[in-house]
Design a protein around this ligand. Structure first.
Ligand code: ADP
Ligand code: ZN
Ligand code: ZN
Length: 843
């Protein structure tokens, strides 16, 4: 037992005290849970779901989650002691632990990987963690009593901004310093962060509000008036406050209070009177952290009155919920699904349950958050990957404490500590981005949310204009309920969809670079009418590759088997798989010719050419390259919304969930690259993409037009898109899936084998496929095959696809067999350094 642990040795056990052990989940990819011994004095404090500090390995001390408590000492090792307990109450709830175990089993990863993804790093402490002062903590003003050791830490933080745990240990000359850190966190004097980039520096505004008891009873407020009447300066301030925050109309307004500088900045008000009111406890001061999303959401609003169609849909949904746990709301783009969700959320909250509203990453914009804030106010928590880690930890704690009853969030919200869910909404349920590709857990938030709802007895509403084939199949077979909205809200019509044959146009010399004459004319017409345009191109950068006209040389990535994309604004060639980049050469390194030509086109080129062709138009581009900075995405949307921008050019980002009133034209520049993607879902995906991007046009009043440029307008998919004929798409797809044995008729698992050496990758994949075929069957194991991009980040890839029948009993035993087989394979000396990635239900 190491030196470090001795300090925490409990006294000799008394005979009648029970020796307890805790199985803990360490935030590491370990195949099993580890058991630690609970010191007697902590017997009552260690609970399932709390964090405890333990030592792991020789040096590392870190926090982990207690998954189980029992009396069985581990058989094969001497249990170390739990060093400290961090929480009074569980921070991971019982239903959450069940869900995490399900994720680990179903998606074939470890519980440690799940916990690691689930917990914001501010809730994961380790010897490498750092701490800083809480942004709203002011040591001089705050009168929370601190222990001497705590004062030392605070003092050091005032000098140093941030300290690591080890530094705190050295500072205090103590080994069990964790309890002081824990205590300071509880007193909200410090916060923890894991990486320098997570350091928390939110904007904080000072606010004031009336002390709560003056607001709760009218008599109290009247008494206050009477009290202040002899002090006109103070009375003045009270009146000023009530004018801005009319609590007599709505008590709840007081909670949000008023920015302090509205009073202090008013020259007609007495500063000393403000101070006295605060000192007397009439006004109380508080800090509000200004979040990335608007927190000052203006006046609270009642939900909008539902239209007849919406009210019908709501009644049908509630009716179906009586018999079924899951319902799909299939509503065309612009049918007003959001208002139906809002109404159902209200209903669920009235029943006292929690609500999770899931949205794909890029659909979660200020637009939707503002809308929800207006209705749900402070009860609404927002969970977004662009949030700082501490902001995420706040949402986590807010759900546990009951502050947040509704959460609107992205994929990772399924990890949040709900314990009393009554409704889950999965908007845009068809979105591929609900699936996490990398790293593990490679979960699908839609499936996981369904399981979470199931475990907590909640209802689930899926929503989409273009449901996934799997979801629609579940409705068709009667497992799930189906409710449809076939009309747009109000007077808005579905847009007209026109096809332009770019092959013909080219022959007739009617193409201006990548724009047909038709598209240009239509754009000009909109600009003339002060209407807005969205153009969609599925590639970022200027050109997907460049080539030498003389010798056909094409620059490739040094680390991946792909060509480098050309980015003009910084004259770079860039790999979209590993990030490798180099300067664009001025002439061909192979033959010296100066005839390097860009091939194909991306969003940057579209933007560039538009600016040349239409010099008076304001054009903005929205893609991965223009939205890297924290607020740039919100800014681009705000500019477009306010009309500052006329044309928005972008990748998939412009297709999702946006609601702009003034857009009357949408252009899809090159439909063919989307349709011809080699994947069994390509057809479905293309349909979804075309319909969703078209759905941005003509959402309110103005008639919308969509122009799709393609070299082959006769493809059947266009007929379905034009007629908005989802059913035709579904029927075509489901038949193909049945015929060729694809989901939803089987479950797929994709295994990717990676190795630095091409032969080793190939040989190991052959061995693996053979083993798996022996255990399953030839029909169930496909491959190995070399994927289209056969090398990424210097690793050669091989893929094996497995198709398993849907009966769940066999499913879990097959998964165990696959995991074992892979484990054995990696132990073989020939395949040293082999990496194997298992992706269940690959997107
Ligand atoms: P969807 O999500 O189905 O594409 P939205 O919920 O964005 O559609 O609604 C489309 C438009 O109609 C939005 O601008 C929305 O504000 C408006 N709208 C929807 N329902 C109502 C309602 N009941 N009253 C007023 N406006 C509504
Ligand atoms: Zn050349
Ligand atoms: Zn690369």
């Amino acid at each position: 037992m190491s030196e470090l642990l001795n300090f925490n040795f409990p006294p000799e056990p008394a005979v009648d005290r029970v020796t307890l052990f805790a199985d803990v989940i360490l935030p590491l990819p370990l195949p099993k849970l580890y058991t630690y011994r609970i010191p007697f004095e902590m017997n009552d404090e260690v609970l399932v779901g709390v964090r405890v500090i333990v030592q792991f390995g020789a040096k590392k001390v870190l926090s982990c989650i207690v998954a189980d408590i029992h009396e069985n000492a581990p058989a094969d090792y001497q249990a170390k002691y739990v060093l400290d307990v961090l929480d009074d109450k569980p921070i991971v709830t019982a239903p959450q632990l069940k869900l995490f175990k399900w994720i680990a089993d179903y998606y074939m990863c470890t519980l440690g990987e799940v916990i690691n993804a689930a917990l914001p790093s501010a809730l994961k402490l380790s010897s490498e963690s750092r701490l800083q002062l809480h942004p709203s903590y002011e040591p001089e003003e705050d009168d929370i009593p601190l222990a001497t050791q705590e004062v030392k830490i605070i003092y050091a933080l005032q000098q140093n901004q941030a300290l690591t745990f080890t530094e705190v240990g050295n500072l205090l000359q103590l080994k069990n310093y964790h309890k002081y850190i824990k205590s300071l966190i509880q007193k909200e004097a410090i916060i923890i962060f894991e990486q320098v980039s997570d350091k928390y520096s939110p904007k904080v505004v000072k606010k004031v509000r009336l002390s709560e008891h003056f607001v709760q009873e009218e008599a109290m407020l009247e008494e206050l008036f009477a009290q202040l009447t002899p002090k006109p300066k103070q009375l003045d301030i009270l009146l000023n406050y009530l004018q801005k925050v009319p609590v007599h109309q709505d008590k709840n307004l007081n909670i949000r209070g008023l920015e302090k500088n509205v009073l202090t900045g008013n020259p007609h008000l007495s500063q000393s009177a403000i101070t006295s009111l605060i000192r007397k406890g009439v006004l109380e001061q508080f800090d509000q952290i200004v979040s990335r999303f608007p927190t000052d959401f203006g006046a609270m609003q009642m939900p909008m009155a539902l239209s007849e169609h919406q009210a019908e849909a709501r009644e049908e949904i509630l009716g179906l919920f009586k018999q079924k746990d899951t319902v799909l709301l299939h509503g065309v783009t612009g049918s007003g699904k959001t208002e139906v969700y809002i109404d159902l959320i209200k209903h669920a909250l009235e029943g006292g349950g929690q609500v999770l509203y899931l949205l794909p990453e890029i659909a979660l914009t200020a637009q939707i958050v503002t809308r929800l804030m207006k209705v749900f106010g402070d009860q609404l928590g927002v969970y977004h990957s662009k949030f700082s880690d501490n902001e995420r930890a706040e949402v986590w704690q807010g759900i546990l404490s009951g502050k947040f009853q509704v959460v609107v969030g992205v994929r990772s919200s399924i990890f949040l500590p709900f314990h009393n869910l009554s409704l889950v909404i999965i908007d845009e349920e068809h979105e591929p981005s609900y699936k996490q590709y990398d790293p593990a857990p490679r979960y699908n938030a839609r499936e996981t949310a369904l399981m979470m709802a199931h475990l907590q007895g909640a209802k689930t509403l899926l929503g989409s204009a273009t449901p996934s084939v799997e979801t629609y199949h579940n409705c068709k077979t009667g497992r799930w309920g189906l409710v449809s909205m076939t009309k747009r809200f109000g007077a808005a019509q579905m847009p007209d969809i026109e096809l332009v044959n770019t092959r013909d146009e080219q022959k007739r010399k009617k193409m201006h670079s990548h724009f047909s004459a038709k598209l240009i004319n239509e754009i000009e017409a909109r600009l003339h009418r002060q209407e807005q345009v969205i153009l969609f191109q599925n590639r970022r950068g200027y050109a997907p590759f460049i080539a030498c006209d003389e010798c056909s040389w094409i620059p490739k990535c040094k680390h991946c088997a792909v060509s480098l994309s050309y980015h003009k604004y910084n004259q770079e060639l860039r790999c979209h798989y590993c990030g490798y980049h180099e300067r664009m050469p001025s002439d061909c390194p192979a033959c010296g010719a100066t005839t390097l030509k860009s091939m194909g086109f991306g969003t940057e080129k579209v933007e560039d050419e538009l600016k040349l062709m239409l010099p008076n138009a304001e054009v903005q581009r929205m893609d991965l390259d223009t939205t890297k900075k924290k607020n740039s995405y919100q800014q681009i949307i705000a500019d477009f919304e306010s009309g500052r921008t006329n044309i928005l050019v972008g990748t998939q980002m412009v297709t999702k969930g946006l609601d702009f009133e003034n857009v009357s034209l949408v252009g899809i520049l090159n439909a063919d690259t989307i349709i011809n993607f080699p994947d069994f879902r390509a057809h479905e995906r293309a349909y979804q993409l075309f319909v969703q991007v078209s759905g941005r046009a003509g959402r309110k009043g103005k008639h919308g037009t969509v122009i799709i440029q393609t070299r082959d307008p006769l493809q059947s998919i266009f007929r379905k898109v034009r007629n908005n004929d989802y059913l035709a798409l579904y029927e075509h797809e489901i038949e193909e899936r049945m015929r060729f044995n694809f989901p939803p008729f089987v479950r797929m698992i994709k295994i990717t084998v990676k190795h630095e050496d091409e032969r080793t990758a190939e040989n190991s994949a052959i061995v693996l496929a053979k083993e798996l075929t022996d255990q399953l069957s030839k029909e169930q194991v496909l491959g190995p095959e070399v994927p289209y991009i056969f090398k990424i980040r210097n690793l050669f890839l091989q893929e094996i696809h497995i198709k398993l029948p849907r009966q769940s009993g066999q499913l879990s035993s097959s998964k165990r067999m696959i995991a074992d087989t892979i484990h054995q394979l990696k132990l073989l000396p020939d395949f040293k350094g082999l990496r194997v990635v298992v992706d269940v239900d690959p997107a």
